[in-house]
Design a protein around this ligand. Structure first.
Ligand code: ZN
Length: 303
């Protein structure tokens, strides 16, 4: 069981097996890849490019894929995944970032959500394809994953939205198609609290049942601009990780934080909660013990 950090700053918090830097977050900002870190790229979520090319923003009967359209859960702009210039540019960018770092973690490499995209180009491509709407969207996404796989020479980790049931209908994502190209999956389970771990355990069981490649579960610790009262407590994070570890077969846990300061505060609070760590020892078999042993290793860091 591996531990990974995913950070907005080019930081490598201690006590993790690998570190992922958000080189291109959904804002569209492009930061310098780090040679000793993996690089996370939001592909079609790109607010900056959407401002320059508003006609590239994904369209639907319920409006565009942009912040403020409350028909969807979007805090940024998502571009149409068939825009040829953008697809080409991203392929080159991904290849270059791969060359300059430890490998590529993608997110937003699929349609914005259900009923996207209905721009004139997508409507024409769909009509010409002779496929059903769902199958056409799947082909758009899968074909692009094949192209990306060709240019990524190191590890390719494909993030998944926390929806094991409807990802095909919503995003055009077929887990079996993706398994052909991904070295590992990353099931993103961000939340500002984990007060009810039952649901996250259920999602983990769903992914475990469906994914044909190793997978990580990705939790939210502390994002940029958050206040301490906005984020999950360390007790919630400890509990929810133990509950998901209990499922068995999760290959690692990845924690999202702004930078090393926020991660260290989480680790310190976690280590201090001896009573909860002892209680969680009774929550399951070997994977739970393994997770708690990893947490115990953090004791050395916070002295
Ligand atoms: Zn489109």
């Amino acid at each position: 069981m591996k531990f990974g950090s995913l950070t907005f700053q080019p930081h490598k918090p201690q006590g993790f097996d690998f570190h992922v830097f958000r080189v291109k977050p959904e804002t569209g900002l492009r930061l310098t890849p780090q040679p000793d870190m993996h690089s996370n790229i939001a592909v079609f979520a790109d607010t900056a490019t959407g401002q320059i090319h508003p006609d590239w923003i994904s369209q639907s009967p319920l409006g565009q894929a942009k912040f403020g359209n409350n028909n969807f859960n979007l805090y940024w702009s998502v571009l149409c995944p068939t825009q040829p210039d953008y697809r080409e540019e991203q392929l080159k960018y991904i290849a270059e970032v791969d060359r300059q770092s430890q490998g590529i973690w993608l997110n937003s490499h699929y349609f914005a959500d259900h009923s996207h995209c209905t721009c004139p180009r997508c409507q024409e491509l769909f009509q010409k394809s002779g496929l059903s709407w769902i199958e056409w969207r799947r082909k758009v996404v899968t074909d692009y994953m094949a192209q990306i796989r060709d240019v990524v020479k190191k590890d390719l980790v494909l993030s998944l939205q926390p929806d094991p049931v409807s990802s095909l209908e919503r995003y055009g994502v077929d887990f079996d198609d993706f398994a052909e190209y991904a070295d590992t999956f990353n099931a993103v389970m961000f939340s500002k609290n984990y007060a009810t771990p039952w649901y996250w355990e259920m999602l983990t069981r769903g992914f475990k049942k469906l994914l044909k490649k190793p997978f990580y579960v990705n939790f939210y610790v502390y994002g940029p601009g958050d206040a301490p009262q906005d984020v999950p407590t360390s007790a919630e994070l400890l509990t929810v990780t133990a509950r998901c570890a209990r499922v068995g077969g999760v290959d690692g846990f990845v924690y999202l934080a702004d930078g090393e300061k926020e991660m260290a505060a989480f680790q310190k609070a976690t280590v201090a909660n001896v009573a909860l760590r002892d209680k969680l020892r009774t929550f399951g078999g070997q994977p739970v013990q393994e997770f708690l042993d990893r947490v115990a290793d953090w004791e050395k860091l916070v002295k």
